[in-house]
Write a protein that binds this ligand. Structure first.
Ligand code: BGP
Length: 485
């Protein structure tokens, strides 16, 4: 226990985070259509090595998956059965004292094919029940509109966001849920980790990349459509729910130069700019000049319509949210690179890494908070942070996840320091507050939760929930508003 000067504001939003595709399951119940993640299979580490491959790349591959020819272990289809167990799970969140719960709406639960004229009432009713349950305990829902949950039909029909038609379809979906939940949800996010598309065009933008000629052109064009859709969703949110706040979401990691050699510093700066490009557009409201130069150099020609620039400029987000798990090291040397979910870099000799090689860096979070606040001067919200680890149940049934407590404690400590140093941080939702299916590897055994879920990588298990040691620890963190860690 460590007591220190008060750091966190009284109304700080403590909580946990999930995504529909990683928890709900019930992939073909309640009228839900297939989503892109329903097509991603689990491949054991022994077979895939260190490569993380989430993308379906061609029509042919997609058809084979649809026909079930390549095995049938699709963990994201089963999730952890939150669809049927949300009451039990939310009661546990309430017991920990959550002020907020980050979740996403599965777009194909509302519009099963993405392009119907009328929404699916059963899907809408499900989220009504979830929001009511949260509000019953005074937990504020924080809702992501699109967390890798693009309706599969939009991939088949349009090649995802590569086609501008998705803008209107998404805005219609956003308006539908804003209107339906306007009295229940005050905090919204548009696209989860919008920058993932560059590394994973299928997951980020629903693009079957082998079907396009100029890949980079297609990805940045899709992103332009997503920026427009996001800005129009911001506009609609402000009109429909005047007291709501809507933010963007970025996968953020600090990038350090390997040495003080200016060549390394330049490479690191370059990487960092490419990351900040996404928030530049969504927070500042325009494309940064370094990116326009990059497009020119690569002969990427974005098709922008008249009015696009105004939409981006006039409908910027209210706050900036991001995930933070690790930092990276960039080098001008062509060395062997380590792997994160989608960034590469070299090893940092000063840091330890998780079992998945993610370099643990609490001070990097403070650096990022300071940098982001300096650059944008809007409220910040950490909507994902945590340690993916193998947990072991002891003979007495306890899960002593001290390593997780250490990780979270060190990060929260640095958040407190950043707040003391003037950063406007409004909340923190720890990722995977209940064990869920990994986004990157589809493993169940990569666990982040305060709550254990009895299920293995192959779907065996009772799905029973059990509190880990970190459960009571986090409960106390919230009860003391971050003063006792
Ligand atoms: C982010 C995603 C989450 C989440 C997290 C951890 O990229 O927004 O959905 O899963 O990373 O990644 P992983 O599940 O690969 O450990």
């Amino acid at each position: 226990m460590c007591m220190s000067q008060k750091r966190f504001p009284e109304d700080f939003l403590w909580g946990g985070a999930t995504a529909a595709n990683q928890v709900e399951g019930a992939y073909n119940e309640g009228g839900k259509g297939l989503s892109i993640f329903d097509m991603v299979q689990f491949v054991p580490k022994e077979e895939r090595g260190n490569d993380i491959e989430m993308d379906v790349k061609s029509k042919e591959e997609l058809e084979a998956l649809l026909a079930g020819k390549e095995g049938d272990n699709f963990p994201k289809r089963r999730g952890i059965d939150f669809y049927h167990r949300y009451q039990e799970d939310i009661a546990l969140f309430a017991e920990m004292g959550f002020k907020t719960f980050r979740m996403s709406i599965s777009w194909p639960r509302i519009f099963p094919n993405g392009d119907e004229s009328q929404p699916n009432e059963e899907g809408l009713a499900f989220y009504d029940k979830v929001f009511d349950e949260l509000l019953k305990y005074g937990i504020e829902p924080l809702v992501t509109l699109s967390h890798y949950e693009i309706p599969l039909n939009l991939v088949q029909k349009y090649n995802g966001w590569a086609d501008r038609s998705l803008v209107d379809l998404f805005v219609n979906y956003a308006e539908t849920v804003f209107t339906r939940y306007k009295d229940k949800v005050k905090y919204w996010l548009t696209f989860n980790e919008i920058n993932i598309s560059v590394f994973s065009p299928y997951i980020g933008s629903g693009i079957l990349i082998d079907e396009v000629e100029n890949k980079e052109q297609a990805v940045y064009q899709a992103l332009h459509h997503q920026f427009i859709a996001s800005a129009r969703a911001v506009k609609a949110c402000h009109e429909i729910i005047p007291n709501a706040k809507i933010g963007c979401m970025l996968a953020r990691m600090e990038v350090y130069p390997e040495t003080c050699n200016p060549d390394d510093v330049l490479v690191a700066l370059d990487e960092d700019q490419k990351n900040l490009f996404f928030t530049d557009v969504q927070v500042r409201g325009y494309y940064p000049s370094f990116m326009l130069s990059y497009f020119e150099e690569k002969n990427i020609k974005l098709n922008m319509l008249p009015g696009d620039e105004e939409i981006l400029l006039n409908h910027t987000v209210d706050f900036l949210s991001f995930s933070y798990y690790m930092s990276m090291v960039a080098t001008a040397n062509d060395k062997e690179k380590e792997l994160g979910n989608f960034f590469t870099g070299v090893k940092n000799p000063y840091l330890k890494a998780s079992d998945w090689g993610w370099q643990i860096d609490p001070k990097g979070l403070r650096i990022t908070l300071k940098k982001m606040y300096d650059r944008y001067q809007v409220p910040l919200f950490i909507v994902e942070n945590g340690l993916g680890a193998y947990d072991k149940m002891e003979e007495d049934g306890m899960i002593n996840d001290d390593y997780r407590i250490d990780y979270l404690k060190a990060h929260i400590e640095q958040m407190g320091e950043a707040i003391k140093e003037g950063v406007d941080l409004i909340g923190y939702t720890s990722w995977g507050c209940i064990d869920l299916i990994s986004a990157g590897t589809s493993e169940m055994s990569k666990r982040y939760g305060f709550i254990y879920v009895d299920q293995d990588d192959y779907g065996n298990g009772t799905l029973a929930r059990k509190k880990k040691k970190s459960f009571n620890w986090y409960k106390n963190v919230i009860a003391t508003n971050g003063e006792e860690l």
